[in-house]
Design a protein around this ligand. Sequence first.
Ligand code: NAD
Length: 469
Amino acid sequence: MSEKYAMTIDGQAVDAPATFGVVNPATGEVAEQAPDASREQLHAAMRSAQAAYAEWRRDEAARRKALHEAADIMFANTEEIGRILTLEQGKPLADATMEVAGAGVWLKYFADLELPREVIQDDDNALVEVVRRPMGVVAAITPWNYPLLLAIWKLAPALLAGNTMVLKPSPFTPLSSLKLGEVLRDVLPPGVLNVVTGGDELGAWMTSHEIPRKISFTGSVATGKRVAAAAAPDLKRVTLELGGNDPAILLDDADPAAVADKLFGAAFQNNGQVCSAIKRVYVPEALYGDVVDALAERAKAAKVGDGMQEGVQFGPINNKPQFERVGELVADALAGGARAAAGGKPVDGPGYFFEPTILADVEDGARIVDEEQFGPALPVVKYTDVEEALARANGTHFGLSGSVWSADADRAAEIAGRLECGTAWVNTHLALAPHQPFGGFKWSGVGVENGPWGLYGFTELQVVHRSKH
Ligand code: NAD
């Protein structure tokens, strides 16, 4: 193979007729080339996945073994794959290696997860069982914030259930998925996992392709709606994991000093580029100054830099459009009267670096409160009445997750239970785990990933009814 990063189609390394540049966000320069798949190559990948399905769906033990082996490969290659992730995504190497290890943890979890076969009737008349059957070929489309982990969230349950897959990563972060395809060629039969790379139109070709029976998509709300529309004509099943604008509500008995580290961590993890990061904080008037100061102190102390350097806490924003968008939302808030308690502007020099920013004296109605910023800038909003704060927290099209913070966990849980979102946390946020179903209400998604419920999303229910007469 001539290219350093090749696609995986039918178990083979495959170059494309053309390539596109992958930018290192720490420099703003093209660092590598990735294959730009042709439509014919996508067909070949789909046909290969379809051909592999017949055999793959038959042998559950072989599937479990392959997923365990895949996990071991992740654990053995955290550093090498982590470096690729840092190069294309920007996150610090320590976080990137953790993402690779996380991929291993998720693979192990699904490798051992039971696919239940439930007997719902067994009497003189009939034996009736409810069985989970695979669907066929899954088209998996992923975003640029956790390119590897989010691919595994789809791959592990889809393959365990007996499906085969064509995976397309974001054009901003194709390299780690190409590498994934490469390292799994030894443990997966040809066609079980195909990895193709290209621009957004490749995603559109996938969603309208006749072969896949299921689309598993993670990305923005706007694209998610296009995916749902593209799936509708032939009734492909969809799981959509979309954007969020997660509120964190502090109650009047919360201790700012005690919660500041957790709040800051959940807002700025991965430089704020997490679908379920805290994206707005609601604070009662009496605590407002202390909370803003505590968050600003942490933002000012954070070390921002090239993720390849030791000790860096936050890397660059992943790509230029997103870098410009975060800058625009922050500038809009400042122009509207908000105060930058920390940060407030891009870092001088090359790369897409932005100062960790805490915005005070900002209200609902400001774009940075109402929209998903998906970057290192956090608005802190004052409230007087908790019912009003809850109404504001719920008053958006988003519904991914949210949190309530209090010295009284029961009181917080009662309010958290009234958040209109897929995960309601109490005194924590962003606590995700393989066994917890994750998904959004409203425009934040359709269906869930993870846990048995995520696995069921890659299956069809079949009733097997045996008459006893
Ligand atoms: P995006 O929607 O721009 O792109 C996501 C993927 O869709 C990419 O692979 C892209 O190439 C592809 N795509 C683009 N147009 C397409 C089309 N018409 N048909 C099919 N595929 C198409 O999103 P992004 O900017 O890469 O990611 C950021 C967004 O993802 C944020 O909104 C974030 O909240 C969301 N996200 C959600 C979750 C979750 O689990 N809910 C997780 C991570 C990120």
